[in-house]
Write a protein of this length. Structure first.
Lengths: 115, 467
C-alpha cells in the first residue's frame, strides 16, 4: 500500500483553506490534490467578510468529500441535525469530571497464540 | 401420529418430557413446528429462511441419539429459531438488510454450534430490523422482510430489533429463539409480544459469528415461553470461547446449585411509573402486589450520570467502524427505512476523544450501578412505558406522550443482565412486561425471581387468538 504524499495535518490545513475559499464543495478532494486555495475572483468592491459555516455544516462538507454522493436538501438537513446531536453529546462527555487516572472501561491486554 | 395443537404452547421441559415419553419423536416435533412456521411465520413477517431440510436432519439425529441412549440434555430434539444475524454455514444470513439478503457465510456462529451440540434443532432464521437497528430507525418498516407484526394485534409492531424472535415465540411457531441486544433489542420485543426474554451479562455468551453492531455492547440471549426455558437455553450457550475474547471464563450452571429463595430483596426506581401508560402502571402495581408476600421492596434512584450519552456514543462509534463499508460501497442507500440510509453518516465524524471519554465515564457507570444494585437481588420495573405502537406510527411521535423513565442506557452501558416476563395486557389487547435487572453475572437470581412470578400468575399461559 502506498503512503499518501501529504500528512494528516497538512491535509487538514488544506481543507480549511479550501473551505475558507468556498471551493471545497466543488468536488472530491484527493490526497494528491495540489495544496493551494482557489484564487478568489476579482471584483470592483471587496466582498463583505463572511462568517464561517456552523461546525455541523463543515463536518457535513468533510463527509461529502470522503463519501461522495449527491444529497438533497432534506437529507443534508437530517445529517446536519444528527451531527448537531453528536456535538451536544460531545459537550456532555467533555464536561464530565474525569481525572488523568480515569482509564477507559475495556482493558487491553497483550496477546499471543497458544504454543 | 398427529401432535396436539396445544403442543405449540408447551415449555421446553414439558416438550422434553413428552419426547422422552415417546408421545412423539423429534422428527414429528420438528414437522409440527415447521408446519406452524410455514403457516404463520410470514403472517407476522417473522421469517427469513425456513431451514426445513437441516431441521429434519438434526431431528433425525436427535431421535437416533435417544434410541442409542445418548441424551444431550434439556434442549435435545427441541426446535428453535435464530435471529438472522447469527451465521449459519451455507444458509443465507441477511442481518435484516436488503443489500445483504443473499449473504452466505461459511461458518456457524458459536451459539448455533453449541445449540447443535446440545441437540437443539434449527428450524428457522428469524427476521430482524436491518443492521439490528444501529442506523437509527424510527418506524416498524425497517427490514426487507417487512415490519414485524405483533401476534396479539396485527396492526401493532412486534418490537425490535429481535422482531422475528418476539413474534415467533408469541405465535407459538418455535419453543425458543435466540435474539440479540445492544440497547433494548431483546427487552423490547419480549415486552411488546408478551414473552420471556433474557438479556445475559455482557460476555456471558460468545458473539463469534454474530453480526457486530457494537463490540462492547452486543449480547446474545434467549426468548422463550418461560423464565425457566431462558435458563435452560442460557446454560447451553454460555461460556468461554477462544473465538470471542470478550466471552467470560466464569462458569454458568442452570438450575443454580443453590437456588435463590424468597424473600427476594427487590428495589424499585423512584418514579418508575411516571409518564407510563395507565395499564402499564396498573399491571406493574399488580405485579408488586403478587410478589409482596415473597419479597421486600426498597425505593432507589439512579445516580446522576450521562448513561444515554455514553451508550449512544459507544454504539455510534463502534457502528461507524463496523459499517463504514456500507457508506463506501453505497449499499447504505439500499436500506429499507429512509432514515436508516442517513443514520450512519454523522457517526463517521465523531472525534476519537469522544469515544474514549465515553469509555472512561462508562467505568464510573459500571461501578455506580454495581454499588446501587449490590444490596438487592434485582431492580424491578415495567419493561416499557407503553404497549406496542401501531405499525404506521413513528416511534418518536408514539412515545412523546409516554416517555417513561428507562434505565436501559444505564443497564446496557454497564453490561448487566435483565429478564422481561409478561405481566398483563393494555390498550388494543397488547401485552405489557415486567423487567428484573441484576448485577453482572447474576442471571440465576433474576431467573429465580421471574420464575416465582410466573408461578404466581398465569400471564405466560395466555395466547393470541387464531393461533
Amino acid at each position: 500500500m502506498s503512503r499518501p504524499t501529504v500528512n494528516r495535518r497538512t491535509f487538514a490545513k488544506s481543507i480549511a483553506k479550501r473551505i475558507a475559499a468556498g471551493s471545497l464543495a466543488a468536488g472530491p478532494l484527493a490526497l494528491g490534490a495540489p495544496l493551494v486555495a482557489a484564487e478568489p475572483q476579482k471584483s470592483a468592491t471587496p466582498p463583505a467578510p463572511e462568517q464561517p459555516p456552523p461546525p455541523a455544516e463543515l463536518i457535513l462538507q468533510l463527509l461529502a468529500q470522503f463519501y461522495p454522493r449527491p444529497l438533497d436538501e432534506a437529507q443534508r438537513a437530517e445529517i446536519v441535525r444528527q451531527i448537531a446531536e453528536d456535538q451536544a453529546r460531545s459537550k456532555i462527555l467533555s464536561g464530565f469530571a474525569l481525572t488523568n487516572a480515569d482509564e477507559p472501561a475495556p482493558v487491553f491486554a497483550a496477546w499471543r497464540s497458544e504454543g | 401420529m398427529a401432535i396436539a395443537a396445544e403442543t405449540a404452547w408447551l415449555s421446553i421441559r414439558e416438550l422434553g418430557r413428552k419426547l422422552r415419553g415417546k408421545e412423539f419423536s423429534a422428527v414429528e416435533l420438528a414437522e409440527f413446528f415447521l408446519d406452524r412456521i410455514e403457516r404463520h411465520g410470514k403472517t407476522f413477517n417473522a421469517v427469513v429462511t425456513v431451514t426445513r431440510e437441516l431441521a429434519l436432519r438434526q431431528a433425525a439425529a436427535a431421535d437416533r441419539d435417544l434410541a442409542a441412549g445418548v441424551d444431550r440434555g434439556p434442549l435435545h430434539g427441541i426446535p428453535y429459531g435464530a435471529k438472522d444475524l447469527l451465521a449459519t454455514a451455507g444458509i443465507p444470513t441477511s442481518w435484516g438488510a436488503a443489500p445483504l439478503k443473499d449473504q452466505v457465510l461459511d461458518e456457524d456462529a458459536t451459539v448455533v454450534r453449541r445449540l447443535r451440540e446440545a441437540g437443539a434443532v434449527l428450524a428457522v432464521k428469524l427476521s430482524m430490523v436491518e443492521i439490528a437497528g444501529g442506523l437509527g430507525y424510527e418506524q416498524a418498516h425497517a427490514s426487507f422482510t417487512g415490519p414485524g407484526l405483533n401476534p396479539w394485534n396485527r396492526e401493532a409492531w412486534s418490537g425490535g430489533s429481535s422482531s422475528g424472535p418476539g413474534s415467533a415465540i408469541a405465535a407459538g411457531i418455535v419453543p425458543f429463539a435466540i435474539g440479540s441486544e445492544t440497547w433494548g433489542s431483546i427487552m423490547t420485543p419480549a415486552g411488546y409480544c408478551g414473552v420471556s426474554g433474557l438479556r445475559p451479562t455482557y460476555g456471558r455468551v460468545s458473539r463469534h459469528g454474530a453480526m457486530a453492531l457494537s463490540w462492547t455492547m452486543d449480547k446474545l440471549g434467549p426468548l422463550a415461553r418461560t423464565a425457566d426455558d431462558c435458563g435452560l437455553v442460557l446454560a447451553a450457550i454460555a461460556g468461554a470461547d477462544p473465538a470471542d475474547p470478550s466471552a467470560s471464563e466464569r462458569p454458568y450452571r442452570y438450575p443454580a446449585p443453590e437456588p435463590l429463595r424468597p424473600p427476594f430483596r427487590l428495589a424499585t426506581l423512584k418514579g418508575a411509573t411516571d409518564r407510563v401508560q395507565p395499564e402499564v402502571r396498573a399491571n406493574f402495581e399488580a405485579a408488586l402486589e403478587a410478589l409482596k408476600p415473597h419479597a421486600t421492596f426498597t425505593e432507589i434512584e439512579l445516580p446522576e450520570l450521562p448513561f444515554n450519552t455514553v451508550a449512544s456514543t459507544l454504539i455510534a462509534c463502534e457502528m461507524a467502524a463496523a459499517f463504514e463499508g456500507l457508506a463506501i460501497n453505497e449499499q447504505i442507500w439500499e436500506m429499507t427505512a429512509p432514515e436508516d440510509r442517513l443514520g450512519l453518516h454523522s457517526s463517521l465524524a465523531i472525534p476519537a476523544k469522544d469515544y474514549i471519554n465515553a469509555q472512561r465515564i462508562r467505568r464510573k457507570i459500571q461501578q455506580a450501578m454495581d454499588a446501587l444494585l449490590a444490596p438487592f437481588d434485582a431492580l424491578v420495573g415495567p419493561t416499557l412505558s407503553t404497549v406496542a405502537g401501531p405499525i404506521a406510527v413513528n416511534f418518536r411521535e408514539y412515545h412523546q406522550a409516554w416517555p417513561g423513565k428507562s434505565s436501559g442506557g444505564a443497564e446496557n452501558s454497564s453490561g448487566i443482565p435483565a429478564i422481561s416476563v409478561p405481566n398483563g395486557f393494555g390498550e388494543r389487547g397488547l401485552p405489557t412486561g415486567l423487567k428484573f435487572v441484576g448485577r453482572a453475572f447474576e442471571e440465576n437470581r433474576l431467573l429465580a425471581i421471574a420464575a416465582k412470578y410466573q408461578q404466581l400468575t398465569d400471564w405466560r399461559q395466555r395466547r393470541p387468538d387464531g393461533l
